[in-house]
Design a protein around this ligand. Structure first.
Ligand SMILES: *[C@@H]1O[C@H](CO)[C@@H](O)[C@H](O)[C@H]1NC(C)=O
Ligand SMILES: *[C@@H]1O[C@H](CO)[C@@H](O)[C@H](O)[C@H]1NC(C)=O
Ligand SMILES: *[C@@H]1O[C@H](CO)[C@@H](O)[C@H](O)[C@H]1NC(C)=O
Ligand SMILES: *[C@@H]1O[C@H](CO)[C@@H](O)[C@H](O)[C@H]1NC(C)=O
Ligand SMILES: *[C@@H]1O[C@H](CO)[C@@H](O)[C@H](O)[C@H]1NC(C)=O
Ligand SMILES: *[C@@H]1O[C@H](CO)[C@@H](O)[C@H](O)[C@H]1NC(C)=O
Ligand SMILES: *[C@@H]1O[C@H](CO)[C@@H](O)[C@H](O)[C@H]1NC(C)=O
Length: 630
């Protein structure tokens, strides 16, 4: 979330340069349509990359200065934020720009995923070495035994510098701090932040304390934590601060006993920067990996047993035997595949970053051979829009090969409450081809709705998910630091959706299978009211927009998007006329205001709304580069 400031800075310029007319915004779709037939092209993005390359040719320092100038001219962020963002992202941006070849698969992927001005290039074929299927391996039937409880927490983002009474309506990307004491300090603002958090801010530590207490009272057998510990003041993220945050949050989670964690894109400084492949080792945040390894191994051994690691920690991934060896939990580093990990844009792009796919296959195959079930846990949902298509596809191929062994996948990152179905065949998405289910938990940070966590009911023999209950707390319900907000049940999957199926699935012992979730998406197609309820639940009823017609279709398609190339959200915000003369498609609606992509929609909408954008940005960059040379 909100990890796109570097791009936002660039996009800001576009906005500044083209918003001087003073006229009202014309109709969105109409403007895109008009611009689509004139200025905006994939070539414009590639031209922009060329200009950025020339700026990088002047050296990293010059590149950073030019980009900082450009960001300040754009006036979308405060000057200190501009300076911080560019400085933070400068090293990875410089590395990528000095290596990228304009016109390559890498540059096309960059332009498609970052600016949406190009069509996404076809997924490159890559031969993953998959052992042949073992005959007879199939998804086990539920055991009927008494379920165990498993908690799932994600995206805590505690702000250690949260100040009660500070301005929650500030000029920075996150508020509730005395950024400018005259305006933001307690007593100097008419927008005083309450003691338990605010939608414009990351939460205070006391909210995390309160949530951990509420979860402990529910007595889970184990807890999954899918990452993102530090607050969103990404323009000043540093190692000291990140390490303090790791310690604080993992100490807190330790109160829950056994905890299995995954690496978030914010869990380093600068954020998102997890290099691999040809990038020199000096870029690797070894300090973050080392700290996480220390914290995680304590949490995994909280049952008093020295856990049985099948693979020890390696750059944010590990695998471990759990629950008496019947379950293998595999935590993989999804940030290698994230479009804002700029190090992914190598020339050529790696097929298997850090050989993690080969490792996943080895772990899954060993589990299958041993008759274990598997949970895959990771930060970014494997079919999400934020995943680079080549990598999302490879994960999907692996998940499909081992779909009988994988009981479920668990993710965070979106801050919204979601799920994700994978299929053996994406041109025929049916209950019969539904092959895996990913559970996406909402965030504790309240920027996309009330703080939340989930409790799953799990079959203790098959480790299949039988139901889950979402809990939330109303952070506005009390103004006292002494009185905690109540954490209450929000909805349960079987009540909210199982009861709506034909025939209903309400037996507490029945599994929520991939087919179950496909049936739920079918009900969403035929019942707009039920769909709208789901849509509201994604943000815990916060700031809910109407989502019908194409919005509804796209969301359902995304739920069926275990492979990102088939996730309708990843189509360009603006599809350009194809060379074969196919119909031009225009995104009908702006992205939802509080969105799963955080800063991205703002960037995209800026770029797209102000089309002509890449060209104008290019021109401005050229001017600044020339000025810098002079
Ligand atoms: C993948 O494997 C097949 C069969 O072994 C081979 O024909 C093909 O060239 C390989 N493709 C790549 C991209 O290596
Ligand atoms: C509030 O602003 C005044 C100046 O307007 C300043 O003197 C004071 O220190 C500020 N309050 C805090 C708590 O910083
Ligand atoms: C790291 O960030 C914190 C909080 O933003 C700041 O107080 C501290 O001075 C920074 N440390 C370094 C070494 O930059
Ligand atoms: C996927 O479904 C389509 C449409 O039914 C079918 O034509 C195709 O053969 C299927 N692909 C595979 C690999 O089964
Ligand atoms: C909570 O209070 C804040 C500020 O007082 C307000 O901006 C926000 O909309 C409220 N949220 C809810 C869910 O009522
Ligand atoms: C908390 O304080 C705010 C601002 O003074 C007020 O609007 C709100 O009603 C209070 N909430 C409660 C639960 O007392
Ligand atoms: C809530 O939604 C409205 C309109 O959909 C949008 O303008 C506003 O920015 C949103 N508020 C927040 C805090 O996201």
């Amino acid at each position: 979330m909100k990890s796109t400031f570097f791009v936002a800075a660039l996009a800001a310029v576009v906005q500044a340069e083209s918003s001087g007319s003073g006229t009202d915004e014309p109709n969105w779709a109409e403007k895109i349509w008009n611009d689509a037939t004139s200025a905006v092209t994939c070539a414009a993005c590639e031209g922009l990359l060329g200009t950025l390359k020339s700026a990088a040719g002047l050296g990293q320092h010059a590149l950073e200065n030019i980009l900082t100038d450009v960001c300040k001219l754009g006036k979308i962020e405060d000057d200190d934020v501009c300076e911080g963002i560019i400085q933070e992202q400068g090293t990875s941006a410089y590395y990528v720009l000095t290596h990228i070849d304009v016109g390559s698969h890498t540059s096309k992927t960059f332009c498609a995923s970052i600016t949406s001005l190009c069509e996404y290039p076809e997924v490159r074929p890559y031969n993953l070495t998959l052992p042949p299927r073992r005959p007879g391996t199939k998804r086990p039937e539920p055991s009927g035994q008494q379920p165990i409880r498993v908690a799932h927490i994600s995206d805590t983002h505690v702000d250690q510098h949260y100040e009660v009474g500070a301005n929650y309506f500030c000029s920075k990307p996150i508020c509730c701090r005395s950024w400018d004491p005259e305006v933001d300090a307690p007593g100097n603002t008419s927008y005083p932040a309450g003691p338990w958090g605010n939608e414009q801010c990351d939460p205070p530590l006391r909210l995390e304390d309160s949530m951990v207490k509420a979860i402990a009272a529910l007595d889970p057998t184990l807890t999954l934590y899918t990452g993102d510990i530090p607050a969103h003041d990404v323009w000043q993220a540093n190692q000291t601060e990140v390490l303090l945050n790791f310690q604080s949050t993992y100490d807190n989670l330790g109160k829950l006993g056994l905890v299995y964690s995954a690496l978030g894109n914010h869990d380093t400084a600068p954020i998102n920067a997890f290099p691999f492949g040809k990038v020199p080792k000096s870029h690797t945040p070894q300090w973050a990996y080392d700290a996480i390894e220390r914290e995680w191994s304590e949490l995994v051994q909280n049952d008093g047993d020295a856990s049985d690691f099948t693979s020890s920690y390696h750059e944010g991934s590990y695998a471990v035997n759990a629950q008496g060896g019947k379950l293998r939990i595999i935590s993989y580093n999804s940030i290698y595949y994230y479009k804002y990990d700029f190090y992914a844009f190598q020339e050529p792009m790696e097929h298997d970053p850090n050989h993690q796919f080969a490792w996943l296959i080895k772990e899954l195959d060993a589990a299958e051979k041993a008759g274990q079930r598997v949970w895959l846990i990771s930060h970014i949902p494997s079919g999400h829009n934020d995943m680079l298509h080549d990598y999302s596809h490879s994960i999907d191929v692996i998940v499909n090969r081992y779909s009988a062994t994988i009981a479920a996948l668990f993710f965070g990152h979106t801050h919204t409450d979601q799920f994700q179905v994978s299929y053996t065949n994406y041109t025929t998405r049916t209950a019969d081809t539904a092959s895996a289910i990913g559970y996406v938990a909402g965030s504790m940070t309240p920027d996309a709705g009330s703080p939340t966590f989930r409790i799953y009911d799990v079959d203790p023999s098959t480790f299949a998910v039988l139901d889950y209950t979402v809990y939330t707390a109303n952070i506005n319900s009390t103004n006292s630091t002494e009185q905690e907000p109540a954490w209450t049940k929000y909805y349960s999957a079987k009540e909210a959706y199982g009861a709506q199926l034909e025939p209903p699935v309400t037996d507490p012992k029945a599994e929520l299978t991939p087919a179950f979730w496909h049936h739920v998406t079918e009900r969403f197609e035929s019942d707009a009211a039920l769909f709208q309820k789901w849509w509201a639940r994604t943000t815990r009823d916060y700031n809910v927009t109407e989502c019908v017609d194409s919005c509804q279709e796209e969301q359902i398609c995304a739920l069926r998007g275990g492979d990102a190339q088939f996730n309708c959200g990843s189509k360009p915000a603006l599809s350009l006329p194809k060379r074969d003369g196919a119909v031009v498609q225009v995104a009908a609606k702006p992205p939802r205001p509080v969105c799963e992509d955080g800063g991205l929609p703002r960037v995209l909408s800026t770029l797209v709304r102000k089309t002509g954008g890449a060209g104008q940005l290019d021109q401005l960059l050229q001017e600044r580069t020339a000025a810098y040379k002079a």
